[in-house]
Design a protein. Sequence first.
Lengths: 1061, 282
Amino acid sequence: MEELLKEVVLSEHRKQQIDSFIQTVTKLIQTVPKTPKVEVNDMSWLSGAVKVPFLLLPKTTKGKFCMAPPASVDLIGSYALGTCIKPHIRVDMAVTLPAEVLQPKDFLNQRYPRKRALYLAGLAQHLQSSSEVVTLRFSCLHGNRLRPILLLTPSGKDSSSFTVGVHACLPPGYFKPSRFHPKRNNIRTEWYTGLKTSNPESSEPPTPHYNNSILGDLLPRSHLQFLSAVSSKCSAFADGVALLKVWLHQRQLDQGAGCFNGFLASMLLAYLLISHRISSTMTAYQLLRNSLNFIASTDLTVSGISLAKNPDPTAPSLADFHDAFQVVFVDPSGHLNMCADVTACTYKQLQHEASVSMHFWDDPSVDGFHCLLMTPKPMIRTSDHVFQLCDLVKLQSSCKKQNLLCELMDHSGDYIHTALPFILSLLQRGLGQRIHLLAHSLTPSPVWSVESEAPKYKTQPPLSFGLLLNPEISAAVLERGPPADSSKVPEFRQLWGPRSELRRFQDGAITEAVLWEGKSMYQKRLVPKQIITHLLQLHADIPESSVRFVGALVDDVVKMGREVPSTGEEESLVVVQSYDDLSRKLWKLEGLPLSITAVQGAHPALRYTQVFPPEPLVLDHSFFDRDKISRSLVPKDVKPCPQYITPITVICHMEGSGKWPHDRLAIRHIRAAFHISLAELLKKDHNYTCRPCPTHLDVWKNGLAFRIQVAYHREPQVLRERVTAEGLLVVRDNEEAQALEMATIHKPLLTSMLHGLQQQHPCFGAVCRLAKRWLAAQLFSDEITEDAADLLVASLFLQPAPFTAPGSPQVGFLRFLHLLSSFDWRNNPLVVNLNNQLTAADYTEIKNDFMASRDSLPVMFLATPKDKKLSLWTRRAPSIQMLQRVMMVAAESLKVLECQLMDGSQMQDVRVVMRPPLEAYDVLIHLNPNQVPLLGQAVDPPAVTFNRGVVPNGAPQSGGPLPVIDYNPVTLYLMELREAFGDLALFFCDPYGGTVISVLWKPKTFVSAPFKTSQITARTVEVMGEEVKTIPNFGAILEDFRVLGKGLVKSVEAKTEKWAF
Amino acid sequence: MAASGKKHVRNTACVIPGGFTVLSLQFSPDSPAQHSVFVKEHKVRAERSSGRPLDRTLFVLNVPPYCSREVVRELFSIFGNVSSVELRDHPGSSEGSEPKLSRFFRPAEKQGFKVGYIVFEKSASVAAAKSHPRHVPLVVSTDQRPVKTGVQKWIQQYSQSFIPPDKLQQSVDAFMQDYDKRKEEEEERQRNEAEKQKDDEEGWVKVTRGHKGTKARPHSEAANHRALQREMRKKRRKELMNFYTWQHRNTQKEHIAELRKKFEEDKQRIALMRAQRKFRPY
């Protein structure tokens, strides 16, 4: 904590720099020359170089104006308080308007705001002409166009280090604060609309936001005094505010219109101190904790809080504030609502963040500090679905449609912020139970140079809305309304318009209901999109074209299914059901010498995480050759490679018995015998086509292929035992035993655990599929295995802090990329707490073991409840170089993807992140597409398709000849290449339809080595006198690439410019 | 490749220091590139196995993956009749300890570059191979005897992977019978051993040295370890610690040194952590 504070507070050197700059600026400002009085509308006294930072809407107003030196110039805000933090250092200065500029009635009809803008323009003109070289820009305070500010940036080498914001404000007490009661009107309709109305003042609509903005200018100095008084009482105040600010900044809540800024944060702390909820002796850490706790537990939208101790009778009551504003937090004077611009949704988001933070703060399994203050939470990675309103001009018409003229007048024409609360409440009502939280982006304050006009509202960046879904309900296609005879029917009908209809349900009830489209999970996930576009169209006149929904753009890459687009949930379900059926049948088999003790799935398809789950197929038998003896189909070499049929691994544990031999070879034979007898029984009882092999049994069932492996639980132990020459029985771990244990024990266990996780989080499988698709496309699928990738994704769901568990595939995928790229693999183990089996003590134990033997452990360390010390799944790969590359590519992909998703103007092609850069490789082997069986799964689907011997739309049946199972030329080729040239080069390929194999020479390949009989693979010799050196025979190797892959390889492209032989 | 250029002209065998002769080998007659295969007569003193007679065996290095045993036999038959070919992943002595397995149960062979031991019928063939010039390459696949690679080979592999269940069952049965027989023999022998150690009618026990690995009590590493630890514990109980002054002083010194080392390590680790853990929030 202290270290963090050290990072964010300003250094002494910087402070001196700022102080000296401020002194010069102050001197300059105080020498502003006087000008004669002119009408406010007359701006001819300004030279053309400086424009007035104000949108003049309506054009004219009455009043006189002149320039004069300010009454005073002071520092206000965070810098004066010492709570300023890096990196965006903003020093605020208040320039008090001199009395001669003002007139008593200036609060009416935007006269004062305009004068303020003019005064700032005058200052800008003066500063521009003066000798001090500074960059001048205008901005406005928290996006409020009524309150422009002048930004000064020192030019030179430290130009970006800080900015000085010059606020123009009123002399204290110039206006009576009671003028600005939230129920009073200060903008006359007649003036605003230009139409003659005969309303008396009392019936004019109140203008609370306008009042509030002027009031804000009256009080900055008193606020500063108040805060400095508070902070002098509490020693840790400044640090506490700084921490709170960092916390807010990481959650993107501290900037833009309607933000919960640092000023509010310090006021909140002051409130807590005054109301004795925190004591003045607490540390910064405790301050942060208590304030988060307070935010999480207090709802300012219902019960506002006030800092005013003994409010004067003219001040409005809290109820008055609640009527006018959504969030209420009243300042010490009792007149100003400091949270006037904060929408209820923003506050709800703040509350949500605070409660999430409190939740994981105490969790010993989470690095609380890191999650709390170090992890940024951009909206695209936080919210499950995000959509954007692009054409903000459309909001003007929605204001019109909803009769929001009075509010528009109150906001002085800012139609975005006028319409926003209305749209938010509309969506909240429409989405109802489907979402936990609706968040929206805070429009950043525009910044423009003094030479240009103030930008229009429509030039603002699009408004983004984030949805946090409730996974159980969010995908429901039916919205059930009140019964037909209920009094709530009109309300429901009004909300949904023509989509609402009377329906009769199976339970006999007749109710109003809305039915959305969606057959597959992929379509159902987009139901919120349908709701949003429908509601916005109906009530706010916003056409579908200006709503940009980025909830499921990435899902495209794993899309399958022809008629109904889906992302594999349904297909996986079919596989799992078929497997359940098979396992039931296996259990019921009679006549086996030993009984079956367990049937376990050990394949990603059985835990919903296979990238492209196998689909039941019907085969065209004429496409294949027949094997005469076994009645099986065999591929023909003149035809394209047949459809790849994935064998789905099923482990079948047999009862232990004294009859099992205690010898490795004998066990292997007995297993083969079991395969044969299982095959016979399955054939006899259920007419499944089977193929028994020594290692497994292939079963062809309803268009799916299952690969059953019989396992004996003591076999790994037997493999480890060895009798030495002296007759000593030694137990030695070996690779064979490890591999067997992995296949028969760890994989089934992992599969069942992850299957359980999928039941809890419906989109777990989809995130895994996306993540693995990305890994495969970037040619990393051999480095991070499927199981490791699934575990990585599982950790996102089990330990989402500081987020909540992903509710859509896309956000899960983005977080997966973030995890890969930002996790400190060198110094931390990633603990995946499956089934919540690990306790806090286990965590420390894992961490300690990890620290103690870091160097001997895999570079990517994944700990699970069953595997605390070894990280089984990443033992073989990735290597340190590959992990570094994975991290780099992940970071880059994440950047590109987030940019694309959040910025509608960029090229919209999410597949960019799935296309690997091929320039880095030394040799590219291009494959013949017709021999690549999974071509259809490629990232960019090919234009041509080949007949692969599959009958479309057939009903799959069991029996018949055994199809071609597990025949993929690409994998066979890769295996041969790796076996032959694994010492010299690395081979990469996208297993899902990749048509390029990339080859990278190992660096040591090029080193010529002395002649050794054991290291002569694919090398040739050079004789230099008595010395013999060997060098790789590159020509022959390239020739071998062609020879080994005859029929599959189209061309071998050697990029010899990078290496020469 | 410079060396090969020189040898071209002379039309003699290319012998490199170390005694190997370099032969070139190419896949098909029109292949643009050639592999270098290194041959030498097989000369290992320690080896007495019958499979590799010293005078007639040619030792071949760097045999490409597409050359199966049959192909190698064909290739080298130009030097004389070949009686046997053995291909292995690494050079080394031949082994045959494992019981004979049927072909279904043999582990899959690695398909990489191999070393070969070619036994000719005549020893003159070895010399002929050794004097073969480098610029006349051996050709693996010709029109007369094409070698299947790539898709054709994989399809062939796939169709060969079918095993008729009855044959598989037969081989399993055969192995298990053999296994049972071996086991029975083993048991028989152990029974005999045990019988021998029983005392005869007069109460005498005949103590023999016996076979290796036939102790009456089977012992394992774990049991040995346990026994050893028991001994250690016993010893430690007996030993007097810190009895003499020098002993005491030494232990203290060691203790302090250890603490110091630990402290240093901790300090380093914290420094490392501080360096690695970045506290800059954004």
